[in-house]
Structure formats: structure tokens, C-alpha cells
Design a protein around this ligand. Structure first.
Ligand SMILES: C[N+](C)(C)CCCC[C@H](N)C(=O)O
Length: 264
């Protein structure tokens, strides 16, 4: 099994993350200052995404990354490979994402005299507390919504990326850096716009269970969010998600393509 894609996915995920970090911090107003935990988790998850994507395409079309410029795979195969990568990356992401969301939503100031101590002291303490209080399956709370968020939207991610690259690249050639940046950026936006409704539900499911159970399940969470807040609830954070998605995914694809060409 070719491993370059896993390594390139690893590094490019970290590069994208550094660019997205200010947006993530804005999203939650000053929390999540440390970056080593997200770097490690995003790099791992991105490596699974790109590694599985490329190896699924290899299985479907018998072409390696290098051969795919001359023999471009069909969009159906690209979509299937993207969904497969998305499905597996969602499972790897689930525990990390849960910890991130739990820490981000912990709004008690960290060190103020007289304030209650925050429930989780950091990522490791958070993971350990969830394990102790809810067992291993507690770390996968909300993972169904995460899988639904990521599987189709990452299929779309690679279809958008490939489609835009092909549009602006003469046949048989490699796309230019500018093309890769723009195609990667728009792939991120397209994927985040469609992912936002499930992103909202996912985060609510992940927070559920902290102070008793509020929702009977994912469908109940959707229905009660809709009843209380109207249709707009499914679009919460869409603008911020899209603004973050462009630089993150432009940088991710550029470094991914660059590394793979370097190692050829
Ligand atoms: C599928 N969904 C849009 C939710 C995520 C896409 C992941 C791409 C990249 N790691 C990023 O954080 O933007």
C-alpha cells in the first residue's frame, strides 16, 4: 500500500491547521489557545483522509497518484473514494473532536479568584474524565452525526477539487500552484457549506450528556433544535466556516501536491 499519501496528508493537514487556528479561536472567543493538541490530531486525521482516498482510487482505477494526470479517474470513482476517506477519517476524528468541543464550550475563566474551577483541566484530563464517567463509548458521543457530516461532504470535496483543477489545466499537465490554491480553497468552501447543518447537530450531540441527557438521539436533536430556533439553526456558523475553509484547504492541497511531486 503506497504510504506517501498518508505522510503528505499528515504534513499538509498540519499546515492547513496553522492557518485556520485564528478562525477557530475567534469561533470560541479566546479558548483553545494551545496548539499542540489540534496539530497532532488534525495531522493524523488528514493523513487518514488523503491516504484512504488515494488508496481507494488505486483499488478502483488501478492508477497511482502520478498516473492520474494522464489517466484521470471518473468523478463517480473520485466521489466514492472521497466518501470512503471521509467515513474512516470521521471515526478517527470523533474522540479528538469531542474533546475539542467539550473544551471549547467550557467558558468558565481558567484562573480567576473565586471562580469555580473548570470541569476539564486540558485535553488529557478531559479524555480521562470522559473515559471514567461514560466509558470508552463516551468518547464517541455524536460520532454518528460526525460520520453523516463528513462522508458525503468529503466526496464532494475531492470532486470539487478535481473538477476545478481539470477546468483550468491543459490536458495531461499538472495544475499550477495558483490553480491548486483556488481549487483547494473552493473545495473547502463547498464541503463546509454542505456540512454545516450536520456540524450544528454534531456539536449539540457532543455536548449532550454533560448535565443529564437532553436529546433522545440525533433525530430528536434535529427536531427540537428546529422547533425552538427555526430553520436558521442549521446554518449557524456557515459564514465563519467558509471563511476559515478557504485558506485552510488552499494550503492543505498546495502542500499535499507539492510534497507528492517532491517525492516522485
Ligand atoms: C467535511 N468537512 C467540511 C466537515 C470537513 C472538511 C475537512 C477539511 C479540512 N481538514 C478542514 O478542516 O477544513
Amino acid at each position: 500500500m503506497p504510504v506517501e499519501e498518508f505522510v503528505a496528508g499528515w504534513i499538509s493537514g498540519a499546515v492547513g491547521l496553522v492557518l485556520g487556528h485564528p478562525f477557530d479561536t475567534v469561533k470560541v472567543l479566546g479558548f483553545f489557545k494551545g496548539m499542540s493538541f489540534p496539530i497532532a490530531s488534525v495531522a493524523l486525521v488528514n493523513s487518514v483522509l488523503f491516504g484512504v482516498y488515494s488508496n481507494t482510487l488505486l483499488a478502483l482505477t488501478a492508477t497511482s497518484h502520478q498516473e492520474r494526470r494522464a489517466q484521470p479517474p471518473s468523478y463517480t470513482n473520485i466521489f466514492i473514494a472521497g466518501c470512503t476517506g471521509g467515513l474512516l477519517q470521521a471515526y478517527c476524528l470523533a474522540p479528538f473532536d469531542l474533546i475539542k468541543v467539550r473544551l471549547q464550550n467550557q467558558t468558565e475563566p481558567r484562573m480567576q479568584i473565586g471562580s469555580s474551577t473548570p470541569r476539564y483541566r486540558g485535553p488529557v484530563h478531559c479524555a480521562a474524565s470522559i473515559l471514567k464517567e461514560e466509558g470508552p463509548q463516551g468518547l464517541f458521543r455524536g460520532s454518528w452525526a460526525l460520520v453523516l457530516r463528513d462522508t458525503p461532504t468529503l466526496g464532494m470535496y475531492f470532486v470539487t477539487y478535481e473538477g476545478l483543477c481539470r477546468q483550468y489545466t491543459p490536458e495531461g499537465q499538472n495544475p499550477s500552484s495558483a490553480t491548486v490554491l483556488v481549487a483547494g480553497g473552493f473545495a473547502g468552501i463547498a464541503s463546509w457549506i454542505t456540512a454545516t447543518p450536520f456540524d450544528v447537530i454534531k456539536s449539540r450531540m457532543q455536548m449532550d450528556g454533560l448535565k443529564g441527557r437532553k436529546y433522545g438521539g440525533m433525530l430528536d436533536c434535529m427536531a427540537s433544535s428546529f422547533r425552538q430556533e427555526g430553520i436558521g439553526v442549521f446554518f449557524k456558523g456557515m459564514t465563519l466556516n467558509s471563511a476559515r475553509a478557504f485558506p485552510v484547504n488552499a494550503a492543505t492541497f498546495l502542500s499535499y501536491e507539492y510534497l507528492l511531486r517532491l517525492w516522485r
